[in-house]
Design a protein. Sequence first.
Length: 174
Amino acid sequence: MLEKLKKALKISTAEQDSLLEGVLLQSKMIVEKKLGYPLEKTKYSELLNSDNQTSLFFLKAPILSIKKTSVGTVKSYKKNALYLQKAIRGEIIVEYDGGLETIPQSVELAMINLAKEIYKQETAEGLEIRSKKISSLSISYFTPEEMKKGSTALKETDLNALLAPYKLLHCYTV
């Protein structure tokens, strides 16, 4: 991914590789926080409660493989949803591998776009941002000269659109 970032930033030398690797790590952490799970394959064990249901929704990560269940037979799974052969009532312990087998193209694009923005912010010269933070409200002011230099802010909607297919499914009961 480093080479793709360098190409996107039009950097051909290795002088800034360590900075760019750090920037990629920051963007990966942001993506993982937005998705709610680590991108790498990780072993999980979840205790789920079922009220006579055939489908269960894991909270930690998309399912890559089911290792063991305490009750019931697995029919299938998709994302973080597990479908059982028969309805089960009570507590179920499921051990599974979760995460992503490979990083999908849209997730990689989100990480590269974030890394580009972080890099631009870290290497910006003469850009003065004045900001105020009151509780959770944050306001930034730019001078006309600063506006001409362009904003390095990545639109939140763009990031969400790239990551949407990889967010966890949730079951809401009423």
